[in-house]
Design a protein. Structure first.
Length: 405
């Protein structure tokens, strides 16, 4: 199949987003918060209360009126009467008046009348009901005020967040025992090629281990996508065709996407409905990429070379997926380039880089090698997109690097 009529990287991303919108893939479900790890948040997490809902001590010590501590010193301490010991998890029983104190613990509720907490190390106990204070403190010292953490209605997390342990902790603190998430889309990974071996196999001439399936499995899981199966298929058109007919949300195929005699995906896609959406993206590495649709099943054809498959996945598929689900893209940082990068072809160049800190600036170090050299990923921390009309980048030029890790 001719690859002359290729799409730009932006066109490829836009077409994938359009396909996802037309299916559509978003299905909201209500899930127990404790079981939501790895799902995509479908509704904003908003504070339902003022937090904390009471004045809270940040120290073990005594709740007092701060003015009672003014002028206190080692030589002239202030004497206060203890009126109660406030148990954790219980409301105070006594109101604090001038000259009084209540024993309190970290996280405990301040009694009425108190406006600060004197740390226990600044006090000395004279008897069961008397203490001396030898340091002055200020208003609200060692106290978290009502609503200081957050006020009712404050936004904690926007929809589109891939839920992590921190999000679960926040949801629990806000009183969400269940949260609305997008149901995970189901995906099948297919690795093609007569040269592919299981990862546990011994290597022998003309063969290579199945790198892409494991790489894609991990990438998809990190994005909140449920991988239901991984299969290796020989270069057999009818076997591949049968697998592409499965009714599932997404099928990702590595290999069989170029224009060789054993690259069957674009040919098979022509017979599907609605069929082939594009074949070829004007990027390097990763030009032999395809997107097809069989009823409501998205079929993404990736190059067989691991680095090409990785860069296309990150820069096309994941970018479109993030846009569709309103997930924030990875951060970009400005770095100084340490050597020239030549852009020889009229394609968008995806340049992998390592990042180092040298003195007071960040340095981007281009990583060069063949697209089947998986060892390149050892140092990858980000990538630079170089426009198809650019002749490249110069040494010491400042560039924006999209972070990978």
């Amino acid at each position: 199949m001719d690859l002359l009529d290729v799409k730009t990287i932006n066109e490829a991303v836009n077409l994938q987003v359009k396909v996802m919108e037309e299916i559509p893939l978003k299905k909201k479900i209500l899930l127990e918060t404790k079981n939501s790890l790895g799902y995509i948040l479908a509704s904003d997490l908003v504070s339902r209360d003022d937090l904390p809902s009471f004045r809270k001590s940040t120290m073990d010590g005594y709740a007092i009126k701060y003015k009672d501590s003014q002028g206190a010193s080692d030589t002239i301490p202030t004497i206060l009467r203890i009126v109660e010991e406030i148990e954790m998890g219980f409301e105070p029983k006594c109101r604090i008046e001038n000259g009084e104190a209540s024993k309190i613990y970290t996280g405990g509720m301040l009694p009425e009348g108190a406006d600060s907490v004197i740390p226990i190390e600044f006090t000395e106990k004279f008897s069961n009901d008397l203490i001396s204070i030898n340091k002055p403190i200020v208003f609200m010292d060692n106290v978290i005020d009502i609503g200081e953490d957050s006020s009712k209605g404050d936004l904690y997390q926007r929809s589109g967040k891939i839920i992590d342990p921190e999000t679960i902790a926040m949801a629990a603190s806000l009183g969400y025992d269940k949260i609305e998430v997008y149901d995970k889309i189901n995906c099948k990974i297919i690795s093609t090629g007569d040269e592919i071996l299981p990862v546990s196999s011994e290597l022998y001439p003309a063969k290579t281990r199945d790198i892409n399936s494991y790489m894609l499995y991990s990438l998809l899981n990190s994005m909140g996508i449920n991988v239901v199966s991984m299969k290796h298929l020989k270069d057999d058109k009818e076997i591949i065709r049968k697998e592409l007919l499965e009714d599932i949300d997404l099928i990702i195929v590595s290999g069989s996407s170029s224009k060789g005699k054993k690259d069957f995906i674009p040919f098979i896609a022509k017979d599907l409905e609605p069929g082939l959406i594009y074949h070829g993206v004007s990027i390097k590495p990763g030009k032999p990429t395809s997107l097809s649709l069989n009823n409501k099943t998205i079929i993404l054809g990736l190059p067989g070379n691991p680095i090409s498959a990785y860069t296309v996945f990150k820069c096309v598929f994941q970018k479109a997926y993030n846009r569709y689900y309103n997930i924030e893209d990875s951060l970009k940082i400005k770095c100084r380039l340490v050597r020239n990068i030549h852009a020889k072809s009229a394609k968008t160049l995806i340049q992998l880089v390592d990042i180092e800190r040298r003195e007071d600036e960040l340095i981007a170090i281009p990583i060069f090698g063949f697209s089947n050299n998986i060892s390149l990923l050892k140092k990858v921390r980000g990538y630079i997109l170089i426009d198809e009309y650019s002749e490249g980048l110069r040494e010491n030029e400042y560039v924006w690097v999209s972070l990978i890790k």
